[in-house]
Design a protein around this ligand. Structure first.
Ligand SMILES: Cc1ncc(C[n+]2csc(CCOP(=O)(O)OP(=O)(O)O)c2C)c(N)n1
Length: 165
């Protein structure tokens, strides 16, 4: 775990004797993080570090979007990215092999092959957004629970104040 922008820059300083993130296990980044520090691929390419990078690409600032959904009445602002970005092409432009996963069954063999190889590999994995898959954040789950109580009460014709407010 680290700050959004730091996932690539903090990867695998071998001299520190840290677990070799990206070599012994894949390094995971998200598209917002990639947008902030994706140019660090240049370092990985120039040092030819054998790092496996998995981009979980939900096309949004998912965390922020969920906050806007729960606490700003679904008024989304500045959280959705264009779906036209080709992250694999970006990796290739830096000289790094890129693979896009189009079928979940591809994921395991592609990761195994990448970890066994001696070169950097960038794997783009399109995913659903948090709005469909809610992470186990207690406050979010509580807010969603309150929201459904409110919706159900309204549907049943009860007059009730929005408990989320
Ligand atoms: C440097 C920095 N800028 C802004 C933020 C605020 N922030 C927290 S989560 C988030 C969205 C992250 O989006 P993404 O990396 O795509 O991950 P997702 O939430 O979609 O899994 C942002 C902008 C931050 N944590 N750090």
């Amino acid at each position: 775990m680290c700050n959004v922008s730091e996932r690539l820059p903090l990867l695998d300083p071998p001299e520190h004797g840290c677990p070799r993130g990206g070599r012994d296990f894949p390094a995971r980044i998200s598209n917002g993080s990639f947008g902030m520090s994706g140019t660090e691929l240049a370092t990985i390419a120039s040092l030819h570090l054998p790092i496996t990078i998995i981009l979980f690409n939900n096309g949004s600032f998912g965390w922020i979007k969920m906050l806007q959904r729960l606490y700003y009445d679904k008024r989304y602002l500045g959280v959705d990215f264009s779906n036209t970005m080709d992250a694999v092409a970006i990796a290739k432009a830096f000289g790094i092999r890129g693979v896009r996963i189009t079928d979940p069954d591809q994921l395991s063999p592609v990761i195994s092959e990448a970890l066994a190889s001696n070169e950097p590999i960038f794997i783009d994995v399109p995913t659903k957004s948090e709005l469909e898959e809610v992470p186990p954040v207690h406050a979010w789950q509580e807010a969603l629970r309150r929201e459904s109580i409110f919706t159900n009460a309204k549907a049943a014709g009860h007059r009730t104040a929005d408990p989320g407010q």
